[in-house]
Design a protein around this ligand. Structure first.
Ligand SMILES: [Zn+2]
Length: 207
């Protein structure tokens, strides 16, 4: 995502499109470049639009669309300037690590019966296959794709798309995981049988 800046500014600040301060930049002095270029030139993010809070406000229409279309839930925690996103199968944290660079974290153990409040205070890991971005929208699109894939895997990993290199990689990961889980289920079944127990119904349906 590009940012806007004034080439004549002594404050050396860059803005997100839609920031009220961005609109004050004269057309002749305005330049749109990438966030990384702006930082490289010595510019810093605007104190207003460089926050998750302002992003949440400026991009409200976008977040509303995602909410309506995908049934996800967004929670903005103003104290830590962090946005949380809850889907059917996962819980995510988009953290502003400064200068309009947003990193993505994934909840370690998703349990749909937990409240959002509880999940916010649980442990997350950094989602390493997605680079930090100046655009939370980009991270949100990643989350939607990721969790859509998770739902397919839970059903049958063989239905996953295999068009791109990344999709092929996910397919292989899902395939390995599926084999491991099947192996584990068989072991648990053998275990309970050897103890003379009646296997629980969920272990019976092994294909
Ligand atoms: Zn701004």
């Amino acid at each position: 995502m590009n940012v806007s800046l004034s080439t004549q500014s002594r404050k050396m600040v860059f803005h997100l499109a839609g920031c009220p301060y961005e609109r004050r930049i004269r057309y002749a002095n305005r330049e749109e470049i990438s966030r990384n270029e702006a930082v490289h030139m010595g510019y810093r993010s605007c104190r207003y639009c460089g926050t998750m809070r302002a992003y949440h406000h400026i991009q409200e229409w976008y977040l509303d669309g995602v909410r309506r279309k995908s049934g996800v839930e967004f929670t903005l925690v103003k104290d830590t300037d962090t946005l949380y996103m809850r889907t059917d199968v996962g819980f995510w944290k988009i953290f502003n690590s400064g200068e309009m660079k947003y990193s993505l974290y994934h909840l370690n153990h998703f349990d749909p019966s937990l409240t959002t409040e509880r999940m916010i205070h649980s442990t997350f890991h950094r989602q390493n296959d997605v680079r930090p971005s100046s655009s939370p929208n980009q991270l949100i699109r990643y989350i939607l794709k990721h969790d859509e894939a998770m739902k397919i895997i839970a059903d049958d990993y063989r239905k996953l798309p295999q068009n791109t290199r990344k999709e092929k990689k996910y397919y292989e990961i899902a395939k390995r995981r599926d084999r491991r889980q099947k192996g584990r289920r068989v072991n648990m079944l053998l275990d309970s049988l050897s103890r003379g127990e009646t296997p629980a119904s969920k272990w019976v349906s092994i294909s």
